[in-house]
Design a binder for this molecule. Structure first.
Ligand SMILES: Cc1ncc(COP(=O)(O)O)c(C=O)c1O
Length: 374
């Protein structure tokens, strides 16, 4: 397949050279959102200032942050029991804040170890000297599948798991049952990609840079009862209660990132039509690529069938030389971000919400043609 004009291919106009973005994060954002940001960048709502120049204490910014929170509440059907917080430091700071704030004295914390990110989360709890119980999964097969049967100590302060393993390409299709122990989930790479029942979750967190907006902020959804655990003696900026009490405005928040999150959530609510619709689209996109993999003699899926992710499709080619050739040709043809994470190698197509079905269809055509040419 020869791509003559990327503008034509991606449906862009106005001479922008855009490629098909399959990055794992920071990742694709809806083009309509980027256009809106561009259009209003110099003069936000008639203020004569850019969104990056207005005060975080202004009524204008208050409207921006409140609108983003309201939209998230509606999309996830949150009751008053849950708070939506914006915290800097990405998902990685949450690895540290969770045990600091939510481990109960004298009680263990339990982690399902399903890959690189959950391993990092556990490490932070260990650094703090917590009694960390690890439920091992499939480390012997490079974390290619998720467990179906395990036991959680009912004394645990919480059960932590990663809902979508960005690097390995596995995803929980049915969440683990904590049997009364509050669930805590790192949903960085599948947050807002499907409807969820938030009730069993004491806390959900996600770095914004995959499905929500630019990097620089994590969204935290925390249940009221969990906030009672927060020890008084923690540094102010590391306490969840600081963000709850000050509506995420204790200090200067990442205003630009929050503004874009609000626009992405509006796109999700009004253009896509909500999380159920989003999930349908995401399923269709993922199945297009998995179909190619399953019928192919050269592409081999890295994750086991039942654990396959809708968000990050990981695959390998028979040898590294062919993988390099595939990646180089993909790059020349306008497909960006298909290299697997540096810790595992191989290939990965990240199909977050804003990746269009059109981009996926083009990738599928490219993959087929690459195989046929061999
Ligand atoms: C599942 C998951 N958790 C955590 C992180 C780390 O996020 P951050 O860079 O925002 O700290 C990532 C980043 O890719 C991720 O995919």
């Amino acid at each position: 397949m020869k791509i003559e004009s990327l503008e034509e291919l991606t449906g862009n106009s106005g001479g922008e050279k855009r490629v098909h973005i399959f990055n794992a994060g920071p990742a694709a954002l809806p083009l309509s959102v980027l256009r809106e940001v561009q259009e209003h960048f110099l003069n936000f709502h008639g203020s004569g200032m850019s969104i990056t120049e207005i005060s975080h204490r202004s009524t204008l910014f208050e409207e921006v942050i409140n609108d983003a929170i309201d939209r998230m509440r509606r999309l996830l059907k949150l009751s008053d029991d849950h708070h939506v917080l914006f915290i800097q430091g990405g998902a990685s700071l949450q690895f540290c804040m969770i045990p600091l704030n939510l481990a109960l004295p004298g009680r263990p914390v339990t982690y399902l170890n399903t890959g690189v990110w959950s391993t990092k989360a556990m490490k932070e709890a260990r650094i703090q000297g917590k009694d960390v119980r690890v439920i091992p999964t499939s480390e012997d097969t490079d974390f290619s599948c998720l467990p179906t049967d395990f036991r959680v100590d009912e004394q645990s302060s919480y059960l932590h798991f990663t809902s979508n393993n960005t690097i390995q390409g596995t995803q929980w299709h049915q969440f683990p049952d904590g049997k009364g122990v509050p669930l805590i989930s790192d949903m960085s790479s599948d947050f807002m990609s499907r409807p969820i029942d938030v009730r069993p979750f004491g806390l959900i967190y996600a770095g914004a840079q995959k499905n929500l907006g630019p990097s620089g902020v994590a969204v935290v959804i925390i249940r009221e009862d969990m906030l009672k655990r927060v020890p008084d003696a923690l540094p102010t900026m590391l306490k969840y209660t600081t963000y709850r009490d000050n509506k995420s405005l204790f200090n200067t928040p990442p205003t630009f990132a929050i503004y874009i999150i609000g626009l992405v959530l509006r796109w999700l609510e009004e253009t896509i039509g909500g999380l159920r619709e989003m999930e349908k689209i995401n399923r269709q996109k993922a199945s297009l690529i998995y179909e190619v993999i399953d019928r192919s003699e050269i592409y081999q899926g890295a994750a086991e069938l039942n654990s396959r992710s809708m968000m990050n499709v990981t695959f390998r080619l028979p040898d590294q030389r062919l993988e390099q050739r595939f990646l180089a040709e993909a790059g020349r043809n306008g497909f960006e971000g298909l290299r697997g994470h540096r810790s595992v190698g191989g290939c990965r197509a990240s199909l977050y919400n804003a990746v269009t079905a059109d981009s996926v269809r083009n990738l599928v055509a490219f993959m087929r043609e690459f195989e046929e040419k061999l």
